[in-house]
Design a protein around this ligand. Structure first.
Ligand code: GDG
Length: 741
């Protein structure tokens, strides 16, 4: 599967830069090719769509054209960009671009996400400009995007855009892919609280979110949990509005374009010239954009140590170092360029001879054929970034080695190292390791080189850039289907009207209402969820109608329910059905249970709570709940699993069960559940209107036993036995308000 798959939808690719750069010379527009992994990869994918005969009108690219264009030239650029490149330009002034691109993108997000925390600037103006430019992208897109398009937004420049666009067009399918690393929570949290929230919420506006490696995906999910409080299940996050899928898609390259290029006569000629320039000399290649994340100085020092320790290779190796100009005018980059050039000079001065220069350095962009020629003659490719989202140069080098020879030395800090495990993997911070790897690579036998490359090539051939993009697009479509399935159960206005009509016509009604998470928001500590006057007023109004039997059906202890609701003429069910109380009557026990076991288990639960700051034990009459909503989620996960395991062993062959709830573990007697209690209620009366609402798994017991004619509603967009879903507790309250008029 290497050609594009026709989804029947137009694909709108959105990235900071378009696949071309425009400049204005003497009042005329000039177009230049633009480079970079993202543009090259996506361009190859779009070509593959054409090969699969997907009409070219079925894609469009939206982004900044590379310079400021004003006045009438804007109209001309719009026309030309569409005709020549199937693109729509987003116009930005120089000032906007400066604070946005050179500011927030490259002085805040880029260094922070690459773990250069000391280089990170926290400037409110730049943040405001970042927000503004994302808004400008949204405005441009709103003018051209159609409801049934697939919009695929790329990279760290546009992390707020998915949400902005979704707010405008809720039905639009939106994917987001991050090309750089997503840092661990401890690093991401360095951003001011407001920014980091908005960035996460911005990205979560997408339906599908992709990262290069499992680690980045994991880091993102962790930040979403810790900062926004959304848990995930197998990479699916349920927000109040929808399900969002978060997945790993390691970006590949256009494998065959490299393999094919090697045989091109011009490239062969260029490769021969290169070889002849360095007769009997092993060539080590290094190609990067000028950037501190690429670890170029460390690489040079590693090479220096290698020369220091291996005099036998003097005169027999050369390091061809291509540094591609980037972010010119930014101080840090200018400084680094000088540092690299000084180092090159120093090493060449130290080891060079009249007939041998150890490092041949070029600060320039090389055309594609020359790049392929370089890959094809290099005995070793040295790729040692300190951090890199993926690194396509490593993959391109391996792909180009048609004969199977050549050694890739690759940093473990590059995303590509997760796939290219047969390279010589090094820690780029350790220069000795780089030196040793060079030595090892030079001594590696041909058979071993071939064996290693063959394994890597097999993967790169199969999982190429077309496959990467197809997988993403396919997954985006599937995520939308999943959302639609879930949305089909959302209580629609029509069903709500039908429900109210049935309610009005009925003569005897029972309303089973869970409390926490259904009538009230879940809070950090259970004692903070005391009902306010509005909720109590609503229950009072419901109970004022003699046809109604409202029942609060909860896992809470009866003392709390009595204190909070005991003064109202409503039914109460405590401890998931163990205790029940009809309006005006006393509390009754549903089943005789023992509670002696509590004295044995309580100290154990207390011990586990001591180990987990934020955990708390709640002792009820016949059950114990161990809450951990306010604990650190990762630590809680481990402690809760260990404790559950311990308790399951202790309660084997007893009449007790250990149950996992929403941030709570409960131990109680078997045979007690909300379903059994509700049935008992239903059997003792003739209700012609039955409603049940709840938000967690304990309510599923209830939904399961209700008659077909009942209305059951699960709060939250999740799979359920209930007939319908409602997104939030606010909607529950609204529905109940509609009942009482
Ligand atoms: C991001 C992430 C991630 C480079 N120099 C020349 C040249 N190139 C081409 C290479 C390759 C591409 O540019 C560079 O790809 P990288 O992967 O190294 O990185 P970026 O584009 O900087 O950025 C990165 C990538 O996105 C994709 O997701 O891998 O981690 O930072 O294709 O061949 N091409 C030509 N001449 C050069 O001098 N022709």
């Amino acid at each position: 599967m290497s050609d594009g798959v026709d989804t029947g939808r137009r694909l709108v690719v959105v990235s900071n830069r378009l696949p071309f750069n425009v400049s204005v010379e003497n009042g005329r527009l000039r177009f230049h090719e633009s480079a970079g992994g993202l543009v090259t990869g996506l361009a190859a994918y779009i070509e593959s769509r054409k090969r699969a005969r997907i009409p070219s009108k079925d894609h469009v690219w939206v982004g900044w054209p590379g310079s400021t264009v004003e006045g009438d030239l804007r109209d001309l650029l719009r026309t030309e960009a569409l005709a020549q490149f199937q693109s729509y330009p987003v116009f930005l002034s120089e000032k906007e671009m400066e604070h946005f691109y050179l500011g927030f993108c490259n002085k805040t997000l880029w260094p922070l996400f690459h773990y250069f925390t000391t280089f990170t600037a926290y400037d409110e103006n730049s943040w405001q400009q970042y927000k503004h430019v994302n808004q400008v992208f949204c405005e441009t897109l709103s003018q051209l995007v159609r409801q049934d398009d697939l919009v695929w937004i790329h990279d760290y420049h546009l992390m707020l855009l998915p949400r902005l666009l979704k707010a405008r067009m809720p039905e639009l399918s939106i994917g987001f892919f991050l090309h750089i690393p997503f840092p661990s929570f401890e690093v991401f949290r360095l951003l001011p609280a407001r920014w980091r929230r908005e960035i996460l919420e911005g990205v979560l506006g997408a339906d599908l979110i992709g990262f290069h490696t499992y680690e980045y995906t994991h880091h993102f999910l962790q930040s979403v949990l810790r900062i926004l409080g959304h848990e995930h299940h197998m990479g699916q996050i349920v927000t109040s509005e929808k399900v969002v899928k978060v997945e790993t898609f390691p970006m590949g390259i256009d494998f065959s374009s490299f393999v094919d290029a090697v045989d091109h006569p011009d490239i062969q000629q260029e490769a021969k010239t290169l070889r002849d320039t360095f007769p009997q000399i092993k060539i080590i290649l290094s190609v990067d954009r000028l950037d501190y994340s690429k670890g170029i100085p460390n690489r040079l020092r590693g090479f220096e140590i290698f020369l220091e320790k291996n005099a036998r290779y003097h005169g027999k190796v050369v390091l061809l170092m291509v540094v591609v100009p980037s972010r010119i005018g930014v101080d840090q980059y200018d400084r680094m360029k000088r540092q690299i050039e000084e180092l090159v000079g120093k090493i060449n001065g130290r080891f060079g001879r009249i007939d041998w220069t150890p490092i041949v350095y070029q600060y320039r962009y090389v055309p594609f054929p020359s790049l392929v020629a370089l890959y094809s003659v290099a005995d070793i490719c040295l790729v040692t970034p300190l951090r890199d989202g993926m690194n396509l140069v490593a993959k391109e080098y391996v792909a180009t080695r048609k004969e199977g020879t050549g050694v890739l030395i690759l940093s473990e800090m590059a995303g590509a190292s997760k796939e290219l495990g047969d390279a010589l993997i090094v820690n780029p911070n350790n220069r000795e390791e780089i030196a040793e790897a060079i030595n090892e690579a030079l001594g590696m036998g041909i058979e071993e080189q071939k064996k290693r490359n063959e394994l890597m090539q097999r993967r790169l051939r199969r999982y190429n850039v077309m496959r990467w993009a197809n997988d993403f697009v396919k997954d985006l479509m599937e995520t939308r289907e999943l959302q639609e399935r879930m949305r089909a159960k959302l209580l629609s206005p029509a069903i709500k009207r039908e429900m109210i009509e049935r309610y009005t016509k009925s003569r005897r009604r029972v309303l089973f209402l869970d409390y926490d998470g259904t009538m009230a928001l879940l809070v950090r500590h259970p004692s903070l969820a005391r009902p306010d006057e509005n909720t109590l007023g609503l229950l009072r109004a419901l109970s004022a109608d003699p046809k109604n039997v409202p029942v609060i059906i909860s896992g809470r202890d009866r003392t709390t329910l009595q204190a909070w609701f005991g003064h109202l003429p409503i039914g109460l069910v405590a401890e998931h059905g163990l205790w029940r109380k009809r309006s005006g009557e006393k509390w009754r026990l549903s089943k005789f249970c023992s509670s002696e076991w509590k004295t044995r288990l309580l100290p154990i639960l207390e011990d586990y709570a001591d180990r987990l700051p934020g955990a708390a034990v709640e002792e009820k009459e016949y059950s114990i709940a161990w809450h951990y909503r306010s604990a650190d989620p990762d630590q809680a996960f481990l402690v809760a699993a260990e404790m559950t395991d311990h308790l399951v062993n202790l309660t084997a062959k007893t009449d007790l069960q250990v149950l996992q709830g929403s941030k709570v573990i409960e131990i109680r007697n078997t045979g007690i559940n909300k379903g059994a209690t509700a049935l008992d209620w239903l059997l003792r009366d003739h209700f012609d209107f039955v409603l049940a609402m709840g938000d967690d798994w304990t309510d599923e017991d209830l939904f399961r036993v209700l008659p077909d004619s009942a209305f059951s509603i699960r709060v939250g967009v999740v799979n359920t036995n209930a007939r319908y879903n409602l997104a939030t507790t606010h909607e529950v309250i609204d529905l109940l308000r509609d009942f009482v008029g």
